[in-house]
Design a protein around this ligand. Structure first.
Ligand SMILES: Cc1cc2nc3c(=O)[nH]c(=O)nc-3n(C[C@H](O)[C@H](O)[C@H](O)COP(=O)(O)OP(=O)(O)OC[C@H]3O[C@@H](n4cnc5c(N)ncnc54)[C@H](O)[C@@H]3O)c2cc1C
Ligand SMILES: *[C@@H]1O[C@H](CO)[C@@H](O)[C@H](O)[C@H]1NC(C)=O
Ligand SMILES: *[C@@H]1O[C@H](CO)[C@@H](O)[C@H](O)[C@H]1NC(C)=O
Ligand SMILES: *[C@@H]1O[C@H](CO)[C@@H](O)[C@H](O)[C@H]1NC(C)=O
Ligand SMILES: *[C@@H]1O[C@H](CO)[C@@H](O)[C@H](O)[C@H]1NC(C)=O
Ligand SMILES: *[C@@H]1O[C@H](CO)[C@@H](O)[C@H](O)[C@H]1NC(C)=O
Ligand SMILES: *[C@@H]1O[C@H](CO)[C@@H](O)[C@H](O)[C@H]1NC(C)=O
Length: 541
């Protein structure tokens, strides 16, 4: 039998095309998106817009793309890249960008601070463009009315700084990391070390502006109660492009207190963690004690592994009062006045963000952080205290797994007073603490990545008996694609329900209704967005 060369079946021009595609990727596709998009945008705005649309060949494309990548896992040569990056300077550019991405028929990824743990604000498996909001970052603080106006591209550090410029007795309850973007952080829930006193960021949003699927700007009055409810915890990206928020500020005392104490297993860490579960979610609302649990080397028994339990705390009050409270409620901790540091609120923001003592608040304005690591995060909720035996078993598993740490964030306080359906965020009363699984690494490589991600999955599996069930709850802002993704075929509601019930419980169904009403064609979508009730089966192309 004679074999003819397989090449003989293909005409030469086709082969050249294949070779060109292999060599250059798909330049023709990206080029045509660029041309069509720019043409459309020019038609829809009065401004000169060529400088806000970056093609893959523009020298600013790569730095722009990388500037807001906060996880090195999505900074590799094989990470899918957007055909263009659009960087609006004005709200009207966002409106035009929505209209034009629909017109050229490409998906849109909206990025504000870029902290998404799975990178879904700047990565997609289907052709896409990035709508990058970093230029829209105005903040106006109004102390008289105790409010602030914050654009989506502003960071939490900038917000804290702007509040501090005008007042030393006001703050805002949001995340600890200063580079978090308002766009994703505030629409996804937003929590930080004032959670027990003031609840979530979304509990303090009083107005918002969004660009809808038709390119219209809506505010609270024109969007209506349902959509205004949905974007306070349901994630903005399912519903439109968040432009800005109006928020209520909260009161902070002139003097606050922080402390960090660490115990290893040899120093009764198990007793301390066990007691912490009773105290941290039930103590004075002004006290937030985060518990970090990490595997480490034992100092006492050479060559053996131990667990290091660290409590990092903020108390909205003075050290003497704190020591009195914990002396009564948490004697196992043995907290002394010399373990505490008093400071003002903005200094506590810097302290929590691990800046050196004495760092100026100007540091909060910095957008380029230090080296960014590879990372993976997962989340869980604990509703009944874990026994000492349970904790000791968990320690063994943490050590066996190797590199994954756990962070326990206590709930209670204000969180118990807000109903589970007040906002899309349902994890209120009945939760003792949220668990974050956390692993970060430095080395590139598929094998490394698989090893670390497998570790998080193993520990997550070991934790099953101790955490919430039916559904096993998760926190939207701790994005985790392992808990389910949507393909937007005919089963999109059921697929959505898998991750949707974990993030939102019964609020998922109201989110689906809102979604169906405001974006029936499902233009705004991603791996874990809210599906519509009747999805046309073809949309995810
Ligand atoms: C180092 C680090 C620390 C963190 N600490 C905390 C913490 O203390 N508390 C906490 O609650 N969370 C924390 N997170 C999680 C964080 O809140 C979420 O990742 C949040 O979504 C980040 O918002 P972003 O704008 O920076 O992210 P992005 O990656 O830009 O966006 C995240 C999601 O929101 C969407 N989105 C962004 N902007 C808009 C917009 N303008 N309109 C509509 N949709 C938009 C994106 O498409 C994406 O789906 C942390 C994350 C990191 C990496
Ligand atoms: C991304 O990779 C580039 C090198 O290609 C590097 O300079 C940059 O610091 C990286 N950024 C992140 C966030 O990993
Ligand atoms: C931001 O504030 C500046 C100064 O007040 C103003 O000129 C600019 O138009 C504002 N930008 C947006 C997008 O609102
Ligand atoms: C406070 O709000 C009122 C009513 O909205 C407004 O008239 C006033 O100008 C605001 N104060 C400041 C300082 O902006
Ligand atoms: C508190 O400070 C004292 C004195 O510096 C130190 O010995 C002790 O270990 C600290 N306590 C805790 C719980 O870290
Ligand atoms: C651990 O507990 C034992 C028994 O209660 C106690 O004697 C010891 O001082 C504790 N160790 C620490 C470091 O607190
Ligand atoms: C920070 O530095 C000041 C001045 O050097 C010092 O008084 C203060 O105790 C330090 N605080 C901490 C937390 O180390």
């Amino acid at each position: 039998m004679t074999k003819s060369s397989p090449l003989a079946y293909f005409p030469i021009p086709f082969l050249l095309l294949i070779v060109s595609l292999l060599l250059h990727g798909y330049p023709s596709f990206a080029d045509s998106v660029y041309d069509n998009f720019l043409q459309c945008l020019t038609k829809h705005t009065k401004d000169q817009v060529s400088n806000i649309v970056l093609s893959q060949t523009n020298p600013s494309y790569k730095p722009a793309l990388q500037a807001y990548i906060k996880n090195a896992r999505f900074n590799t040569s094989s990470t899918p890249k957007p055909s263009i990056i659009v960087t609006p300077l004005h709200e009207s550019h966002v409106q035009a960008a929505v209209i034009c991405s629909k017109q050229v028929g490409t998906q849109i990824r909206i990025r504000s601070g870029g902290h998404d743990y799975e990178g879904i604000s700047y990565v997609s498996d289907v052709p896409f463009i990035i709508l990058d909001m970093f230029n829209l970052r105005n903040i106006t603080v109004d102390i008289e009315n105790q409010t602030a106006f914050v654009q989506a591209g502003a960071t939490m550090g900038e917000l804290y700084y702007k509040i501090w410029e005008k007042s030393n007795v006001h703050g805002f309850p949001a995340g600890v990391c200063p580079t978090l973007g308002a766009g994703g952080h505030l629409s996804g829930g937003g929590y930080g070390n004032m959670l027990r006193k003031y609840g979530l960021s979304v509990d303090h949003i009083i107005d918002a502006q969004i660009v809808d699927v038709n390119g219209k700007i809506l505010d609270k009055a024109s969007m209506g109660d349902d959509l205004f409810w949905a974007i306070r915890g349901g994630g903005g990206a399912s519903f439109g492009v968040m432009l800005s928020y109006k928020i209520n500020l909260v009161q902070v005392p002139k003097i606050v207190t922080v402390f960090k104490v660490q115990r290893s297993l040899e120093e009764n860490a198990t007793d301390v963690v066990y007691q912490w579960q009773q105290v941290a979610p039930n103590t004075d609302d002004r006290l937030f004690m985060r518990m970090l649990l990490q595997p480490g080397e034992s100092k006492v028994k050479k060559g053996e592994k131990t667990i290091k339990a660290s409590i990092v705390a903020l108390f909205l009050g003075e050290a003497t009062e704190l020591v009195t409270i914990l002396g009564k409620e948490f004697p196992q901790l043995g907290l002394k006045i010399e373990n505490c540091t008093q400071m003002n609120w903005i200094e506590s923001v810097l302290w929590w963000a691990s800046f050196d003592n004495g760092t100026s608040p100007n540091a909060l304005l910095s957008r380029n952080p230090n080296f960014v690591k590879f990372g993976k995060r997962k989340s869980d909720y604990v509703q009944t205290p874990i026994s000492k035996d349970g904790l000791e078993w968990i320690w063994k598993k943490i050590i066996e797994v190797g590199d994954v740490g756990l962070v326990f964030n206590p709930y209670g306080g204000k969180m118990n007073e807000i109903s589970a359906s007040d906002t899309p965020f349902p994890h209120r009363k009945g939760n003792l603490f949220k668990v974050q699984y956390s692993v970060s690494w430095d080395d590139d490589g598929a094998e490394e990545e698989k090893r670390y991600i497998d570790q998080t999955k193993r520990l997550y599996s070991y934790m099953t008996p101790f955490v919430s069930k039916n559904p096993r709850s998760a926190f939207l802002n701790y994005r985790d694609l392992d808990i389910g993704v949507n393909h937007y075929g005919k089963d999109s509601y059921m697929e959505g329900k898998v991750y949707g019930y974990k993030y939102f419980k019964a609020n998922f169904d109201r989110l689906v209704k809102v979604k169906t009403a405001v974006d029936p064609e499902n233009f705004f979508r991603n791996e874990q967005s809210i599906p519509t009730l009747q999805t046309k089966a073809s949309v995810f192309v």
